[in-house]
Design a protein around this ligand. Structure first.
Ligand code: ATP
Ligand code: MG
Length: 194
């Protein structure tokens, strides 16, 4: 099962989402769990080197060829972090996805970037957006929820903005984040092939 985390926009929460989804999969009993880092910036690789998550194996594959091979050759649950831009690598991952998680933020300018990401995805591949660093109770968030609902793009999760999540590898994974991402994982797994 390959879950790809992607958005052509930078800085929306792809790496954070990838690491938390992998940790949530371990907590759910998946074995093996592999995090493939397809981003040359190697942010999730650095995260796991600084702060390993027990049960998560890391594979760095920042090219079309290496990521295609890595995604084909791993059993269990695979979560793939992708770069912003670098459309060829992104396409190589999206083409092999069983489910696609699209991190985004609340706020009007974000929609067009998600639509640009949706344009790269084959029809029929299950996908959902995750609203990251959400400020609960704000109009921005309510409008984003309404917009995705009207657009018939499923919302697989709303992750609140938390200092403990923003700390990244400098702190342990944040309990509330793990719980919220477990909900995202369950939605993605409902789309499991076979
Ligand atoms: N729920 C959250 N609460 C607070 N901060 C968050 C949350 N999720 C992500 N962030 C912060 O947002 C920033 C961008 O997140 P992240 O690096 O995961 O995005 P990205 O899409 O992988 O970026 P890039 O495109 O550069 O790879 C980071 O500083 C991260 O800590
Ligand atoms: Mg990243």
């Amino acid at each position: 099962m390959n879950i790809v985390v992607s958005n052509v926009k930078g800085g929306v929460g792809k790496t954070t989402t990838t690491v938390y989804l992998a940790a949530a999969a371990v907590a759910r009993g998946w074995e093996p769990v592999t995090l493939i880092d397809a981003d040359r910036q190697a942010s999730s690789a650095e995260w796991l080197e600084e702060s390993p998550v027990e049960g998560v194996d890391l594979v760095e594959a920042p090219s079309e060829r290496t990521v295609a091979r890595a995604m084909a050759n791993h059993d269990g649950l695979v979560v793939v972090d992708t770069p912003p831009g670098d459309e060829r690598i992104v396409r190589a991952t999206l083409d092999r996805a069983d489910a696609i998680v699209i991190p985004t933020r609340a706020g009007g300018v974000e929609y067009s970037r998600v639509v640009a990401t949706l344009d790269l995805i084959d029809k029929g591949t299950p996908l959902g957006v995750v609203i990251c660093a959400a400020r609960l109770g704000t109009n921005d968030l309510e409008e984003a929820i309404q917009w995705w609902t009207d657009s018939k793009v499923p919302i697989w999760g709303i992750i609140p903005e938390r200092v403990g999540i923003a700390a990244g590898p400098e702190a342990r994974l944040y309990r509330e984040g793990l719980d919220a991402y477990d909900g995202v994982l369950r939605k993605a797994l409902r789309k499991r092939p076979g």
